[in-house]
Design a protein. Sequence first.
Length: 239
Amino acid sequence: MIQLANEELKVVTPGPARWPGLFYIGAISYCQNILMILYLHRHNSIGIMKAIIPIAFFAMLLWAGCESPATSQAAATENKETMDPSYNPEAKLQELGITLPEVGAPVANYVNTVRVGNLVYTSGKGPNTPDGGYITGKVGADLTQEQGYDAARLAAIQLIAALKAEVGDLKKIKRIVKVLGMVNCTPDFGNQPEVVNGCSDLLVQVFGDHGRHARSAVGMGSLPRNIAIEIELIAEVYP
């Protein structure tokens, strides 16, 4: 059994428990074939022997490769993932007093999210303010590190809103996999990780252990519309 981020995942490898039984069945079949060969050879039935041996061998292989429906059903049941009933990101948002905004239309030729299998990729999101504007300027010149942190938190709210628009219920978010934070900053500013923490901290507050992620935080010479930060993420969803 593997415990990961409040999720109980039982890993079952079907088949190995059957190998002792297969060994004995195979040994018995081998002995029967030897006796049959000796009998047929004694009675000069070589043609019959040549026909029976491949059939017997094929039947043994077919049996070994088959798995009973009961075993298959048990394996499928064991491999089911159980969701923590206390996991409720939208309730966490309410506790934090956060109302997710409507996701705005893309400003260029792209889409807000793309889903591939069980992964959702978001486009980069900026620090939108409630009045419809952005936090702009360079961290280290126009903005302090603390103001950059607040800007990253606003970008995280936009990212969560994009995820909700894609999956409907945020309980479907199994894990925040990766975050890329790009900070508009001066060349001598080196605290990009502390700025992007504004996003990471909120993701962990909302999604708990499901929100802990891999991350890159980098400095940029400029960003579109001179926004202070742009962040994108990859999330895994429950199937």
